[in-house]
Structure formats: structure tokens, C-alpha cells
Design a protein. Structure first.
Length: 95
């Protein structure tokens, strides 16, 4: 995945790139786009577009501000109270 700036409007997006040499991967990318595109939940990433670029499909996702969990944990285990706080917030988002 890459952070990119969309040429059409300058919006910062996340680009998830799929190599579509295998038809199963192309189907998976299409399926992922359709699922994310239908989800309208606060806190869930929004799929903006699925575009072909040569032999690749690029799934453009809305960039959600914040820090990813790996960076946040800095490679160390989270303390139990912090882990539970994050887990509960994720469960509420997905419920």
C-alpha cells in the first residue's frame, strides 16, 4: 500500500496495488472494492475507486488520519489496559 495524491483533485489517498497476472487476484480486488464501497460505517475506510494501471489494479481508499497500530505500538506489546481500550473501540466500530 502506498500513500498518494490523486491528480484529479489533489486529495491524499491510500493506493492498494494488485498485480492482476492471475485472474483470481483480479476477482479478489473487485470483491474487496465492492465490499468496502457498500460499507457506510463511521470509522471504516471508504473505497473511492478501482482503477486499472497497465497490468495492475489500484484500489483507492480514503486516507484516515491517525497512526497505524504498528507505529503506535513501536514494535512492543501493548499494556493490557491500552490493548483493551483499542479492542473495544474496534469492536464498537464493527458492531
Amino acid at each position: 500500500m502506498y500513500e498518494a495524491r490523486r491528480e484529479s483533485d489533489g486529495e491524499v489517498v491510500i493506493a492498494k496495488v494488485f498485480d492482476v497476472a492471475d485472474p483470481a487476484i483480479e476477482a479478489r480486488a473487485e470483491h474487496e472494492f465492492q465490499l468496502l464501497h457498500r460499507v457506510d460505517v463511521e470509522g471504516a475506510v471508504r473505497a473511492l475507486a478501482l482503477e486499472r494501471a497497465g497490468d495492475q489494479l489500484v484500489l483507492l481508499l480514503a486516507r484516515v488520519p491517525g497512526v497505524n497500530l504498528e507505529q503506535y505500538a513501536d514494535g512492543k506489546p501493548l499494556a493490557l489496559p491500552e490493548f483493551l481500550r483499542i479492542a473495544i473501540a474496534l469492536a464498537r466500530t464493527l458492531a
